[in-house]
Ligand binder design. Structure first.
Ligand SMILES: Cc1cc2nc3c(=O)[nH]c(=O)nc-3n(C[C@H](O)[C@H](O)[C@H](O)COP(=O)(O)OP(=O)(O)OC[C@H]3O[C@@H](n4cnc5c(N)ncnc54)[C@H](O)[C@@H]3O)c2cc1C
Length: 193
């Protein structure tokens, strides 16, 4: 039986790992990502060690990125009170700038076609998916995987309820160098507002 042709919309962690997984199973995969690589992403950049066996099963060795090994958590409240805890399983500190680029290179090595374009619609017509990009190009697939994160133009296109609501959350990311900050610590700080 002919293997289905798969289109993945979105090249974040879900899209990239799915592309590696499916290409290893010899599926024909095309991945669309609206932004170029490498790219920064608002993220705490803490990866739980529980995902390491899965990444190894995909032939991805995160040690190649020389991650920081994290074993401690610090949590602070708005008033500045702090508590710390050991993280028994622990995790890795890796920037998304490095991680997403590392994964997309694996995706390309595995023969996946990566197209830098924003997908504007995906419709199921006559037992087939028709995927259209912002530039008007049309692509067909047997299966479409929506890995476009949250609050994508596709959520608007699909009339999802949550997209009508305003979000009260704001995230800001910056990288700092701090000589005295322990290298094995992840810290969560809470601020008013
Ligand atoms: C502030 C913050 C901190 C976080 N910190 C951590 C952390 O420390 N550790 C952790 O494990 N998780 C963390 N997370 C969660 C983590 O970022 C998400 O779980 C993860 O990014 C989800 O991956 P994803 O691939 O589903 O979506 P995303 O990573 O959002 O990827 C979606 C991709 O789809 C692309 N896309 C969207 N629409 C289209 C379109 N129409 N056409 C083409 N491409 C499109 C986007 O450009 C994007 O690259 C954090 C999240 C936030 C908000």
């Amino acid at each position: 039986m002919k293997k289905p042709r798969i289109i993945i919309i979105g090249g974040g962690l879900a899209g990239l790992t799915s592309a590696i997984h499916l290409s290893r199973e010899n599926f024909k995969v095309v991945l669309f990502e609206k932004d170029g690589y490498p790219k920064h992403k608002v993220c705490g950049e803490y990866i739980s060690a529980e995902i390491i066996p899965y990444m190894e099963s995909l032939g991805v060795d995160l040690e190649d990125l020389k991650p920081k090994k994290i074993h401690q958590l610090l949590f602070s409240t708005q008033s500045g009170e702090k508590t710390t805890a050991k993280l028994p399983l622990g995790g890795l500190g890796i920037s998304r700038f490095a991680l997403d680029e590392f994964l997309v290179q694996k995706v390309i090595q595995n023969g996946v076609e990566v197209i830098q374009e924003q997908v504007s619609s995906a419709e199921f017509i006559d037992e087939n998916f028709q995927v259209e990009t912002q530039s008007g190009d049309k692509h067909e697939a047997d299966v479409v995987l929506g890995a476009f994160g949250k609050r994508s133009v596709l959520d608007k296109e699909l009339n999802r309820d949550f997209i009508q609501q305003k979000s009260s959350w704001l995230a800001v990311k910056a990288h700092y160098q701090h000589e005295n900050f322990p290298k094995d610590l992840v810290a969560l700080h809470n601020f008013k507002g």
